[in-house]
Design a protein around this ligand. Structure first.
Ligand code: NAD
Ligand code: WQD
Length: 334
């Protein structure tokens, strides 16, 4: 398949472009480089043997998207979005415009081009603050109230996609709800490269291991979890990337809306992550317990049986692999 990958220069997109190439598909990247660097293209080429076609454009630019789509595509995987939770609270309009507005323009251009197979990056954030009794989260769990504007953009975009399918049953839409994607490609050539101080746990821990930050601030140790710290379903980014290829191959051209959790099905606490990273990096990782972070949930992890049953997909990589690959990436000069 020839696949348009929006946001394909970013963290999950770049790994998915590699997985698409390994599976014999052709990926064409559209990215406006707001949170990525052009140099990722050469790095993808070193892993996948060829450099993907790249078009620098904004998905909100309908004219640009129409032009891109003239060259003929079988499917689109839509990663392009802003994703910083805290920033979304400060700049909600930017998030609604970029994420929801971008999806509108893209769907319009795809409709005109007759491309009706669509894979969408959703998030466990759509489950909101889950009732502990509802864990693990299954896809049929009612979508919660988001705890921030970023989360609302994902809830809204999911709804827009379901409505699009009601209005035109030819749409084949796979909604993939990722839990906490972490790690990097085992080559150490591509990974997550947040600018400034990382918001998310594993990139922060990586910088502490590297000596770039003094200590991890653990946000709360009084949650109703085994060690009191937050519990999340951390999942290797290469497993996530492979999940996209499976969803695409399973559902391309098949009318419907197909929703899957992508996680390991297992929760790990913040302290478990720090200990695993310490072991893999062989570096001490100092930490201090500080107050809870506003908006955080105590625990969430996925029921992943639907993806296993229908896509034949399971996240096989373990927390140790996630830490080891993250560390290899962290050590590579960028
Ligand atoms: P990322 O920031 O690394 O990648 C997103 C890419 O989209 C970037 O390269 C950015 O430059 C590009 N982009 C943003 N707005 C654009 C626009 N208007 N036009 C064109 N390009 C644009 O983020 P990621 O972690 O790879 O996330 C990819 C997708 O997965 C996002 O939709 C995100 O919301 C979703 N997601 C991420 C996580 C996570 O923890 N990383 C979890 C769940 C869902
Ligand atoms: C994980 C755990 C923190 C940093 C976010 C988004 C979510 C999704 C994935 C996109 C929590 C704790 C963190 C630190 C810490 N993204 N922590 N010290 O919040 O589960 O999910 O990324 O869709 O929408 O909200 O991920 O990595 O920020 O936090 O103690 O410096 O680590 O409190 O328990 P989160 P995270």
């Amino acid at each position: 398949m020839r696949v348009l990958v929006t946001g394909g220069a970013g963290f999950i997109g770049s790994h998915t472009v590699v997985s698409l190439s390994e599976a014999g598909h052709e990926a064409v990247i559209v990215d406006n480089l707001t949170n990525a660097k052009r140099s990722v293209l050469g790095r993808i080429a070193r892993i996948a043997a060829e450099e993907p076609e790249f078009i620098e454009a904004d998905v909100r630019d309908l004219d640009a998207m129409e032009k891109v789509l003239q060259s003929g595509f079988d499917a689109c995987i839509h990663f392009a979005a802003l994703k910083a939770v805290g920033e979304s609270v400060e700049k909600p309009l930017l998030y609604y415009d970029n994420n929801v507005g971008g999806t509108f323009a893209l769907l319009e251009a795809l409709t005109q081009a007759g491309v009706k197979t669509f894979v969408f990056s959703s998030s466990a954030t759509v489950y909101g603050d889950p009732d502990p009794a509802s864990l693990p989260l299954i896809e049929s769990t009612p979508i919660g109230a988001a705890t921030n504007p970023y989360g609302w953009t994902k809830i809204m975009m999911e709804q827009i996609l379901r409505d699009a399918h009601v209005s035109d049953a030819e749409w084949s839409i796979s909604i993939l709800r990722y839990f906490n994607p972490v790690g990097a490609h085992p080559s150490g050539l591509i990974g997550e490269d947040p600018s400034g101080v990382p918001n998310n746990l594993m990139p922060y821990v990586a910088k502490v291991a590297a000596g770039e930050l003094a200590r991890v601030r653990v946000f709360g140790d009084d949650y109703p979890t085994p060690d009191g710290t937050g519990v999340r379903d951390f999942v290797h980014v290469v497993d996530i990337a492979e999940g996209h290829v499976r969803a695409l191959e399973r559902h391309a051209g098949e009318p419907g809306v197909f929703t899957y959790n992508l996680g390991t099905g297992q929760g790990h606490s913040v302290l478990e992550v720090i200990a695993a990273y310490e072991q893999q990096s062989e570096r001490p990782i100092p930490y201090e317990i500080v107050d809870r972070r506003a908006g955080d949930v105590a625990a969430n992890w996925a029921d992943v049986s639907k993806a296993a049953r229908e896509l034949g997909w399971e996240a096989g990589r373990r927390l140790e692999d996630m830490c080891a690959d993250s560390w290899r990436w962290q050590q590579n000069a960028r």
